[in-house]
Design a protein around this ligand. Structure first.
Ligand code: HEC
Length: 102
């Protein structure tokens, strides 16, 4: 009896799953305020730093040197679990301390 119930639930759930897969959601573009300043390394920063929040968080920060930006990038990795390679992290710190340096 129990097996039949589970099967029935599966069969009714299947069409729903199929329908959900065809749904596409287009998010509005980020506000221009958060656009990163062009420069070497900007693509890496965009790729690595936009998966959890917009780059508004970057542009609204006070300008800072490499030490300050390194602390930010390290915090994103160690505290919030951003998966960023050492190499990319270095490139991002270089980019941020140039584009948003003192
Ligand atoms: C794994 C998710 C994740 C990624 C990837 C990520 N962040 Fe964050 N970031 C967060 C969270 C969570 C907060 C805190 C949000 C809050 O306080 O509302 C935050 C906040 C910030 C802040 C605001 C100041 C602070 O320290 O709270 C800055 C600046 C920032 N992130 C920069 C970056 C940069 C630069 C990158 C790319 C190297 C990045 N983030 C990538 C999760 C992430």
């Amino acid at each position: 009896m129990r097996r039949t119930l589970v099967l029935a639930a599966l069969v009714t759930a299947l069409p729903l799953t199929a329908a959900a897969q065809t749904k596409a959601i287009t998010l509005p573009p980020d506000h221009a305020y958060g656009d990163l300043t062009p420069g070497p390394g900007v693509e890496v920063a965009q790729r690595a730093c936009r998966s959890c929040h917009s780059t508004d968080y970057i542009v609204m920060q006070p300008r800072g040197d490499a030490k300050q930006w390194e602390a930010v990038v390290t915090k994103m990795i160690k505290v919030f679990g951003a998966s960023i390679s050492d190499e990319d992290a270095k490139a991002i710190v270089r980019y941020l301390s140039t584009a948003y340096g003192k």
